[in-house]
Design a protein around this ligand. Structure first.
Ligand SMILES: Nc1ncnc2c1ncn2[C@@H]1O[C@H](COP(=O)(O)OP(=O)(O)OP(=O)(O)O)[C@@H](O)[C@H]1O
Length: 333
């Protein structure tokens, strides 16, 4: 990998906070299918970064590259200050990975899985037992510790997987879709666990298909689409990227609907639902002027709702192939 591709902000350098993960121009293809088409990342230490994308967008591929499981075709990256290409061993020692390629062995108990992990990390027998017991307790698995992991629920398996990852005390953790398939309670439970890790100073690289998860957990979010990062920013920055705020008026009286439809500029009508969508920032001033106008025209809407863009709107705008507002580098970072 040519070193000239690397952007200037280095590990610990410059005025920015140190980067836990930094990548430039990562590419990966399988046959003639390009999965990653030039990915640049800079993830400050101690933050949560979410890579958001639909099925098959390349999220797992990105995690596998950054965690040294596979190599990129081009580009370069440093993880915990170590170069992926020249020092993968040091990268491996600094990170933990959990997710779709789980390390949990279903045939042995939760405790045995933990002890195996402790062995792999060369902990003494005593230290291994202590660490395993502590982590099992922390992840609410003490009662199930002596049962085969195959009997665990989805949420318990995810917790065991994460507990096993923490045996090595990694400072950077990759969580590949940590809550896919979990019920809402287990999902919230996992979010809490992730927040606790972050408060201990761990850097989290998360992939998810769930906008709410990214919104809840991540300091910064990148939306992956067609192998490229379509947008990157805080949840608020992403929401501001797309227009989408509107007021919706719904009528039951077709005559009132038609009157309003013809009198208002810039409306998107829905003749079947008898509703009108008017672009708006949702401010009090805009609402008041619309209501005044309706009163003056003697038109009564049966329902008025204000819609401000949420991450769903952003996701759909960026990952469908219509209406893609491409984000310039200047406002992206
Ligand atoms: N070993 C492989 N050989 C061939 N194609 C692959 C291989 N691994 C992944 N792909 C393809 O690369 C694309 C991206 O896969 P990846 O698993 O990274 O997506 P993802 O965003 O993690 O999706 P999901 O949410 O479904 O896990 C998919 O089209 C997948 O079929």
């Amino acid at each position: 990998m040519p070193s000239s591709v690397m952007p200037t902000p280095e590990w610990g350098g410059g005025s920015q906070s140190p980067a836990a993960i930094i990548a430039a121009g990562l590419r990966k293809s399988y046959g003639d299918k390009t999965v990653l088409d030039g990915i640049d990342l800079r993830i400050p230490a101690g933050s949560v970064f979410a890579l958001l994308g639909p099925n098959g967008a390349g999220k797992t591929t990105a995690v596998k590259i950054l965690s040294t499981l596979i190599t990129a075709d081009a580009g370069e990256a440093k993880v915990a200050g170590h170069d992926l290409a020249t020092d993968p061993q040091a990268v491996r020692a600094a990170i933990g990975v959990t997710g779709q390629f789980s390390a949990v062995d279903g045939l042995i108990t939760g405790e045995e899985n933990m002890l195996l992990m402790a062995d792999l990390h060369h902990l003494s027998r005593r230290e291994g037992r202590r660490t395993a017991a502590e982590l099992l307790e922390r992840f609410d698995l003490t009662d199930a510790a002596k049962k085969p992991a195959a009997t665990y629920s989805g949420g318990m398996k995810r917790r065991l997987d994460l507990a096993m990852t923490l045996v090595g005390n990694p400072r950077i953790i990759f969580l590949d879709e940590p809550t896919t398939g979990l019920d809402p309670r287990s999902r919230h439970n996992m979010w809490q666990i992730i927040r606790e890790l972050v408060s201990d100073g761990v850097t989290v690289f998360l992939t998810t298909q769930y906008l709410e998860e990214a919104d809840q957990l991540a300091d910064r979010i990148a939306v992956l689409n067609d192998g490229k990062i379509a947008a990157e920013g805080t949840a608020d920055e992403l929401k501001r990227l797309i227009p989408g705020g509107h007021i919706r008026l719904r009528f039951t009286d077709p005559a009132a609907y038609q009157a309003a439809r013809h009198a208002l500029d810039e409306v998107t009508p829905d003749d079947e639902a008898l509703s009108l969508q008017i672009p708006s920032d949702g401010s009090q001033r805009e609402l008041r002027s619309l209501l005044d106008w309706l009163d003056a025209a003697d038109i009564e809407a049966d329902e008025l709702t204000v819609h401000t863009p949420d991450l769903d709107d952003v996701f759909f705008a960026l990952t469908s192939n219509t209406n893609i507002p491409t984000q310039s580098k200047e406002n992206a970072r």
